[in-house]
Ligand binder design. Structure first.
Ligand code: AMP
Ligand code: MG
Length: 387
């Protein structure tokens, strides 16, 4: 699936729109920071040789307002945090360590050159790699870009995703449930998952299990979006119309997976390079297959260097029984026990039971057949979140 997914093009956008976007070119420091020697404290800029002496105060250097001139021995300059240390001075005596007497100030008995001076390049040097291509821009990354003056950044485009639920049983939230109907929950669950993955979502209305209507909606969606995500209609029932529809519009590369939950998951491409993910209708199946297959593809499209969730070793607090021939993604809640993470099952793993994902912060892969995984075993779990 990743091989069929292309990286989107690059756009230059204003920094205000950059949080969460993926950087498309290495950001290298064009100059050093700080640019000048600056004081790390409020105090007096002096020569270290003047330790213990009483000095005349020649003026002031405040943040943003440097002192014009240099400082000779026998003279002190009042300086505030962030103020430029003047030529001549080699250290700053902290305000708390000096004795003030009108326009004269007495230095502490010992001073060392360099003390309390933040030297040029201490924070970063010209040519340093600040943020590498493929990094999602979070607080530190955006702060670094701004610190070196970038008003605009080159980022990958966000994948435009058309999102649609299918099924005659679906009712819009806010509507009235009649016998045999259910509220459409998948679209909202998937909207949250898509937002987290950086997608630009076009939320489409629910589609009925009716071939011609579905064809019209899907064709239009694939014209206007990079990615189509549907839920429902991919099993083998007579009302399951997504797979044959995608077959008629392009090529279905995956029509079934040995995964629990999520067996009928479907992946297709169109001749013009669009990708379509047909997720199963059961709420847990749609979210787990999103997590395992769709999210990495969306991250690849955005040029992200990191496509997969991190894993951590966890100790199982339960016996995870295996499925006969499908890998199971068991949903677990993690807690700390000393230096270990302990994984507790979220209970019944039925694919209709959305509560098995609520509060789950990791997925444990249980291989098919055999003994499953015995309680007490340490396995690598896919970490969804640690909060
Ligand atoms: P399907 O894959 O279309 O056979 O759907 C399987 C089951 O998933 C349905 O019988 C519903 O119980 C449930 N389902 C399908 N679509 C949704 C949806 N959008 N929101 C909540 N549950 C759904
Ligand atoms: Mg259905």
């Amino acid at each position: 699936m990743l091989a069929h997914t292309r990286v989107l093009s690059v756009e230059r956008i204003r920094i205000v729109a950059c949080p969460g976007r993926v950087l498309a070119a290495d950001l290298v420091a064009p100059f050093a920071l700080p640019t000048d020697p600056v004081s790390a404290v409020d105090g007096y800029a002096v020569h270290a040789a003047d330790a213990g002496r009483t000095l005349r105060i020649a003026g002031e250097s405040a943040a943003g307002n440097p002192f014009d001139g240099s400082i000779q021995e026998g003279v002190a300059l009042r300086i505030l945090t962030g103020g430029v240390v003047p030529d001549g001075a080699d250290c700053v005596a902290m305000l708390e360590e000096v004795t003030l007497d009108g326009e004269r100030v007495t230095m502490p008995p010992t001073l060392r050159a360099g003390t309390n001076v933040h030297r040029p390049g201490d924070d970063l040097r010209a040519g340093d790699m600040l943020v590498s291509k493929g990094t999602r821009l979070g607080p530190a990354e955006l702060g670094l870009a701004a610190a070196v003056g970038c008003a605009e950044l080159d980022v990958y485009k966000r994948p435009r995703v058309a999102l649609m639920s299918t099924g005659n049983e679906l009712v819009e939230v806010g509507g009235i449930l009649q016998r045999g109907k259910i509220f459409d929950s998948n679209r909202w669950a998937l909207l949250a998952a898509l937002n987290e993955a950086g997608a630009d979502v076009n939320l489409l209305a629910n589609a009925p299990d009716e071939a011609e209507a579905l064809r019209g909606l899907v064709t239009h969606a694939l014209r206007t979006a990079d990615v189509l995500v549907t839920s429902g209609g991919v099993s083998v029932g007579t009302h399951d119309l997504i797979k044959p529809l995608l077959e008629s519009l392009g090529e279905v590369h995956v029509g079934r997976v040995k995964l629990k939950p999520g067996k009928p998951f479907t992946f297709a491409t169109t001749p013009d390079g669009k990708v379509a993910f047909g997720l199963p209708g059961f709420p847990v199946s749609s979210l787990v297959t999103f997590e395992v297959f769709v999210r990495p593809a969306l991250l690849k499209m955005q040029g992200s260097a990191q496509l997969q969730r991190p894993t951590l070793p966890v100790r199982l607090a339960f016996d995870a029984s295996p499925n006969v021939d499908r890998t199971e993604y068991h949903r677990v809640t993690l807690r700390r026990d000393g230096s270990e993470l302990v994984a507790t099952s979220t209970g019944s793993q039925s694919s209709s039971r959305l509560m098995s994902l609520a509060g789950a912060n990791a997925l444990v892969r249980v291989p098919p057949g055999g003994q499953g995984i015995k309680r007490g075993t340490v396995v690598e779990a896919l970490i969804l979140s640690l909060s």
